[in-house]
Design a protein around this ligand. Structure first.
Ligand SMILES: *Cc1c(COP(=O)(O)O)cnc(C)c1O
Length: 375
């Protein structure tokens, strides 16, 4: 079976983890955490403060807390996203207002953003689907005119660029994921990027159970105390050690994934010409990170049958998000199917193909051939 995803772990990650275990610093913010942040800064070129977190879900939660979202506030976000984007909003009692997507990129349709803004709107959360950054200039322009902060859910976009700026560095906050299924992994983990650096101190407190322990560790205060409500969002240094290995292999991992992505893109050209499948669209001004490769098929029936046919041929292909506004939780918030036609249509037709670092040419060729024959 060609799996959908396979984490790429080498002797380097194993050595760092062994070092972290031997050093005896198993809790958070140890030497490997500091090293991981330095590496992340280097590979992304992001100068803003960054905090390593236990997940992107938690980085998103931190951003919602830092924005002081309150019950009754409205937050605009795409319906085509992972549940974590919406959970962050709900957790503060705020109301998610789902936006439709641009069918070319599966990202929030910036041309439909302004009409969703009301007197209660407090923030905009955007998602860079498949590691392809969304139309940030338009989003930022609209948000700034309405004095709304923007959070980038850049879970999939570590190493991606929009007009030469790193994904995650453009909005007020950026959130990365280092989950096993993402390009660079520590098993479970993430990072919060604070492009509004004045919120760094509060972010550190929220991340350390509501205490100023981070300042204490740096020797800035002689004891640490409870400052405000908080939680525990710092990952173990053992996990950070894994991430250090991954980020030292940044180029190798990116290049390996890119080879697979490019082979798919070329291999499916004919299918697109024949009208059998639509390939991902990459706008001219973005640099993507080969996070995932998808095809948009004719309809749900064709997509579901293809998943089944590929499985029989030893290829694990997957659908992706069920539109949040049509999910049980979305319905219980009063959302209705039929309100976001592009999201509903594309979500049913999208198929993701195997893509991982170290995937062999032979395997890629087998996927291309299987898809082509099945269609
Ligand atoms: C993976 C993902 C998340 C969640 O990341 P975790 O690190 O698993 O919490 C959030 N948003 C998007 C768009 C994702 O793809």
């Amino acid at each position: 079976m060609i799996p959908f995803n396979r984490p790429s772990v080498t002797a380097l990650e194993r050595r760092y983890v062994a070092e972290a275990l031997s050093a005896g610093n198993l809790s958070g913010d140890g030497p490997f955490t500091r090293k991981a942040v330095r590496l992340l800064r280097r590979v992304t070129g992001i100068a803003s403060p960054m905090l390593l977190t236990t997940s992107c879900t938690h980085a998103l939660e931190m951003s919602a807390r830092l924005l002081k979202l309150q019950p009754g506030d409205e937050v605009i976000l795409p319906s085509y996203t992972f549940v974590s984007t919406a959970n962050a909003v709900l957790q503060c009692g705020a109301v998610p207002v789902f936006a439709d997507i641009d069918p070319r990129t599966m990202n929030l349709d910036a041309s439909k953003l302004e009409e969703l803004i009301t007197g209660r709107t407090r923030a905009v959360y955007v998602v860079h689907y498949a590691g392809v950054p969304c139309e940030m200039d338009t989003v930022m322009d609209i948000a700034r005119r309405h004095a709304l902060p923007v959070v980038e859910d850049a879970a999939q976009a570590v190493g991606s660029h929009y007009k030469n700026r790193s994904a995650g560095s453009i909005g007020d906050y950026g959130c990365f994921s280092f989950h096993e299924t993402k390009n660079y992994t520590m098993g479970e983990g993430g990072a919060l990027i604070l492009n509004r650096s004045e919120s760094l101190r509060e972010a550190e407190i929220i991340r350390e159970k509501g205490t100023d322990r981070s300042r204490f560790v740096r020797g800035e205060v002689d004891k640490y105390t409870w400052q405000q409500p908080g939680s525990s969002y710092l990952p173990s240094d053992v996990l950070a050690a894994t991430l250090c290995g991954q980020l030292e292999r940044f180029d190798e991992i990116m290049e390996s994934r890119m080879r697979v992505w490019n082979a798919y893109h070329e291999g499916f050209q004919q299918l697109e010409k024949a009208g059998k499948a639509r390939r991902p669209f990459i706008p001219d001004d973005v640099g993507h990170n080969a996070h995932l490769y998808y095809l948009l098929l004719e309809n749900r029936k064709v997509r579901d049958r293809l998943i089944e046919d590929l499985r029989r041929r030893g290829v694990q292909a997957c659908f992706h998000y069920v539109a949040l506004h049509t999910s049980p939780q979305g319905l219980s918030l009063g959302c209705r199917p039929g309100t976001l036609p592009v999201t509903e249509d594309c979500a049913e037709r999208l198929l993701r193909l195997p893509l991982y670092c170290g995937m062999r040419e032979k395997e890629t060729a087998q996927v291309i051939q299987s898809v082509t024959e099945c269609l």
